[in-house]
Design a protein around this ligand. Sequence first.
Ligand SMILES: Nc1nc2c(ncn2[C@@H]2O[C@H](COP(=O)(O)OP(=O)(O)OP(=O)(O)O)[C@@H](O)[C@H]2O)c(=O)[nH]1
Ligand SMILES: [Mg+2]
Length: 169
Amino acid sequence: MVGRSNVGKSSLINALLRKPLARTSAAPGKTRLANFFRVQRGTAPAMYLVDLPGYGYARGGGPAAREFQRLTDAYFARPGARAVLLLVDSRHPGLESDLDSWTWLSTQPCQRGVVGTKVDKLTRADRTSHAHEFESLYDGPVLLVSAVTGEGLEELWKLIARLPSPPAA
Ligand SMILES: Nc1nc2c(ncn2[C@@H]2O[C@H](COP(=O)(O)OP(=O)(O)OP(=O)(O)O)[C@@H](O)[C@H]2O)c(=O)[nH]1
Ligand SMILES: [Mg+2]
């Protein structure tokens, strides 16, 4: 899970796992390390959900940004197939930093997907217009979810199940 600070990466992991394992906070910059959560669902092969620190927030300036870059680079340097879900706040589909990340992710050896978070904060009318905006910006359907109401989480599990799994060790 990657995305701007405060977009709801840790909350989404907790909602998917139905357990408050990842630390969340109303203030941005909470997750400071890459946290790996091993998941075994039914008979499916085990996998890891990975909660990465967010971008776009540097506590006290440059070092946090550099630290984010270091962790992210280290994560992508790990061997084995992986997939990345870019989390974008459903209220703000077109932020430049998210579009830049999407472009950067296209240069990485991984499958990409976009998920719109906090959809519970949108009005009915905005859901429709923002869904269309996401589709045109990100070149395909974008799943809108809420960690608070649970909306879209079953669909998200299905999307995750279709992502490539790493080679057997
Ligand atoms: N209404 C609503 N609030 C949410 C949702 N998901 C997260 N939040 C709130 O958004 C804030 C940030 O959530 P986090 O999960 O800590 O965000 P994060 O992306 O992990 O942030 P960093 O670790 O700082 O990068 C918290 O106050 C959450 O309660 C959601 O689906 N709906
Ligand atoms: Mg976090």
